[in-house]
Design a protein. Structure first.
Length: 228
């Protein structure tokens, strides 16, 4: 039993690790544009940005779709419907593109690792029957890896935090130690979010207007390190 727990924990750490090739390292989710504008520039504003993303999008949209994709893993048509809802709720082109590109990278990696469900869902995307948005793919794939609903929510929240804070460090808005302080301070917020009931898919929503607008402005920025 102990070896089984250890193996499960090791698998969680593998798939949630920032070095796992999910493609997220190329995206800042609007952070770079806000840094270029001087709006996000220090520990307090980086913490506010990550918190806003967690509250305004991840908790009310990405988390919902991830969990329901996990539940619907045996019905890929249902998963594709969830995918459509994410597409409709992602207002800016760069946010939509970022989500689908990270999802595609995650699917590609798991296809190479021999995942049958990754192969099947990737074929649906190639046929234009699905979009492959990040939270939907996460729920689908991580569920097939044997992780329960609570675990995949923790993995998803951890992933968005490490992605955003890593981008903040690369943009020189904060240092590595500050990033860890911000991450530690966000853990109670993540715990509160994960402990609340998951809403219905057709009631999901995203409300991060300043981040969405920053994403839209990003494509015209003269200096760009990230895709969005």
């Amino acid at each position: 039993m102990e070896s089984e727990k250890c193996a499960n924990l090791a698998a969680v750490l593998q798939h949630a690790d920032a070095t796992f090739p999910s493609g997220s390292v190329s995206f800042s989710w609007g952070l770079e544009s806000l840094c270029n504008q001087g709006i996000v520039k220090d520990v307090a504003t980086v913490a506010g940005f990550v918190s806003a993303h967690l509250r305004g999008r991840w908790a009310s949209l990405d988390r919902v779709m991830m969990v329901h994709a996990h539940y619907a893993a045996l019905d890929l048509n249902e998963v594709a419907w969830l995918d459509m809802l994410v597409e409709a709720q992602s207002l800016s082109t760069e946010q939509r593109m970022g989500s689908s590109r990270v999802g595609a990278a995650l699917l590609s990696t798991h296809r190479r690792l021999g995942s049958k469900v990754a192969e099947d869902y990737a074929e649906m995307i190639e046929l234009g029957k699905a979009y492959g948005h990040m939270p939907v793919v996460q729920g689908l794939i991580w569920g097939q890896c044997g992780f329960d609903s609570t675990l995949i929510q923790c993995m998803g929240a951890h992933g968005i935090c490490t992605s955003l804070l890593g981008a903040a460090v690369r943009l020189s808005a904060i240092g590595h130690i500050d990033a860890q302080i911000v991450h530690s301070n966000l853990i109670p917020l993540i715990a509160r979010i994960v402990s609340t009931p998951v809403g219905r898919p057709d009631e999901c929503h995203s409300f991060i207007p300043q981040i969405e607008i920053a994403s839209m402005k990003h494509e015209t920025d003269e200096i760009r390190l990230f895709v969005n």
